[in-house]
Design a protein around this ligand. Structure first.
Ligand code: CP3
Length: 357
């Protein structure tokens, strides 16, 4: 994997850990570190659709910075949403508070492909580029750009909203493979265009959130999703060599070995698979990210501290661990606890914890 320099954050612990280089402390950031768990987020964001907030670059820069300022995290996740590109080309998506993305007219048939024209970031999402540009000037840590993974975004378009069993999208994948193929290729092109625009504007790394891929069997994932995912990372390593890339999903224990072949430099792991086992499944050529259970962050500090130490212990001392939760911060989380987690991760690693054998 190319390790071309990417600029001023080459020596930042987060970038070094993604590249499996030695670090003086384990870097940590949290998925959903910006959001309702922070009083300053609720105050700044105000009412209205999150998509309106996302289109205001100054506000996005502020919301992206807030958790870094409060917690001292080693990276900032760009404040946006995985449905921004499809909403921007006019597919008709909103994000309902407490629910998630909802689609007015779900994807049903071949004709719906016309509603997914290619994304032109400068025209369709200039506010993303502008916000990244502001952030690069003011952030003291690497900025992580992101896009939704092709299965996860497709699942919202086909199901029409959040889903429990993903029956409609699975029916499309198996019943109309040609349409599925065309759908996922278009979404892959959109994800690539969006990721490139964030990197060109100065983001230091990217994460692909294929959050719901764990609902698929290994065979379905390998045949119907992995090829498109591979294309994302192959094309990025061509256009942006050396840029760390992370692939994440929830409930992906049985998919980890496959995901490790997608071409990302890091695999995000949820809390279900301990990191020592996750390392075995993904092999030595990728770093791992995770994997404290976000639900346990609602427990007492004694419990959270013990679990945090266990994550560090299982990750071991070999390079290539980025500390994170196994999924996003839950809205009811006490921000004070997350601050303590950051402190503990930084301190424990300096003390040199060892993996138990
Ligand atoms: O710190 C951050 O991570 C902020 C940036 C961010 C958001 N969404 C903001 C947001 C990121 C990286 C996302 C990605 C995203 N969006 C994913 C992948 C990550 C994951 O959680 O698996 C998914 C599946 C979505 C779709 C989505 N958007 C959901 C399921 C929800 C939650 C619905 C709810 O209200 O509980 C959203 C809304 C959303 N996106 C919020 C935030 C901070 C909720 C708060 C708000 O509306 O202000």
């Amino acid at each position: 994997m190319a390790q071309a320099p990417i600029g001023r954050f080459d020596d930042a612990p987060f970038i070094r850990a993604c590249r499996r280089q030695s670090v003086d402390h384990v870097p940590v950031w949290f998925m959903r570190q910006a959001g309702r768990s922070l009083p300053e987020y609720r105050a700044a964001r105000g009412p209205g659709s999150i998509l309106d907030a996302i289109a205001r670059p100054e506000l996005v820069a502020e919301l992206t910075r807030q958790p870094v300022d409060r917690y001292g995290t080693d990276a900032a996740i760009f404040f946006s949403d995985i449905v921004v590109p499809v909403a921007a080309v006019g597919f008709g998506v909103d994000v309902a508070p407490g629910t998630g993305p909802v689609v007015a007219r779900p994807f049903r048939a071949k004709e719906d492909l016309q509603r997914l024209r290619p994304l032109e970031p400068e025209v369709d999402t200039p506010y993303v580029i502008e916000a990244v540009d502001i952030l690069v000037g003011v952030l003291g840590v690497p900025l992580i750009g992101f896009a939704g993974g092709p299965f996860t975004v497709a699942s919202y378009l086909v199901e029409g909203g959040p889903s429990k069993n993903f029956t409609k999208v699975k029916a499309l994948m198996h019943g109309e493979p040609a349409i599925w193929h065309e759908l996922i290729e278009r979404l892959t092109d959109m994800a690539l265009a969006s990721l490139r625009s964030q990197l060109d504007a100065g983001a230091s790394a990217v994460q692909v959130f294929d959050s719901w891929a764990g609902i698929l069997s290994p065979r379905d994932y390998a045949e119907l999703v992995l090829p498109a995912t591979r294309r994302i990372f192959a094309e990025l390593s061509r256009t942006h060599p050396g840029v760390p890339t992370i692939l994440f999903g929830v409930g992906t224990g049985e998919l980890l070995a496959l995901m490790a072949t997608a071409g990302s430099t890091v695999i995000g792991v949820d809390w279900r698979v301990p990191l020592d086992e996750a390392r075995r499944r993904v092999g030595p050529d990728v770093a791992v990210q995770g994997n404290l259970d976000p639900a346990l962050c609602l427990s007492s500090w004694e419990v959270v501290a013990e679990e945090t130490r266990d994550v560090l212990l299982r990750a071991g001392t070999a390079p290539g661990h980025v500390f994170n939760l196994g999924h996003g911060v839950l809205p009811e989380t006490d921000p004070g606890i997350l601050g303590q987690v950051v402190e503990l991760v930084h301190a424990e690693a300096r003390a040199g914890v060892r993996a138990s054998s």
